[in-house]
Design a protein around this ligand. Sequence first.
Ligand code: 5GP
Ligand code: ZN
Length: 121
Amino acid sequence: MADTTSASCLFCRIAQRQAPSRVVYEDDEVIVFHDIHPAAPVHLLLVPKQHIDSLTEASSDQQLLLGKMLLLAPQLAREQGATDGFRLIVNNGRGGGQEVLHLHFHVLGGPRPWRHMSVGR
Ligand code: 5GP
Ligand code: ZN
């Protein structure tokens, strides 16, 4: 785990605005943007700005940050049009289907049908 940002990490670059994304929310600690390959009408990625590989590497130091991310999920889902509920997915590690090794929460919602999400290769 590193608690800094990494030039080689896609989500660090997006968080630092060095790579483009469709941002819907940002503060000092968190950035939220649309997934580039949405699996549902609403598909957001909720990302801490500090680099944490996955939940496995998160520590009690990040407890407030993780709680904040959880509470942002319903707010942003609703604001982006998922008014009838949403699904929260956290792929964790290669075995969990995580392809981008920077912690992120998937927020999915909106009218069905949804595309079947990849479970990793
Ligand atoms: P994971 O499998 O790691 O849980 O999910 C990674 C997600 O990042 C995938 O849903 C994928 O579509 C999304 N993604 C990959 N590259 C980019 C990108 O450059 N921009 C955005 N907005 N999403 C990306
Ligand atoms: Zn990163």
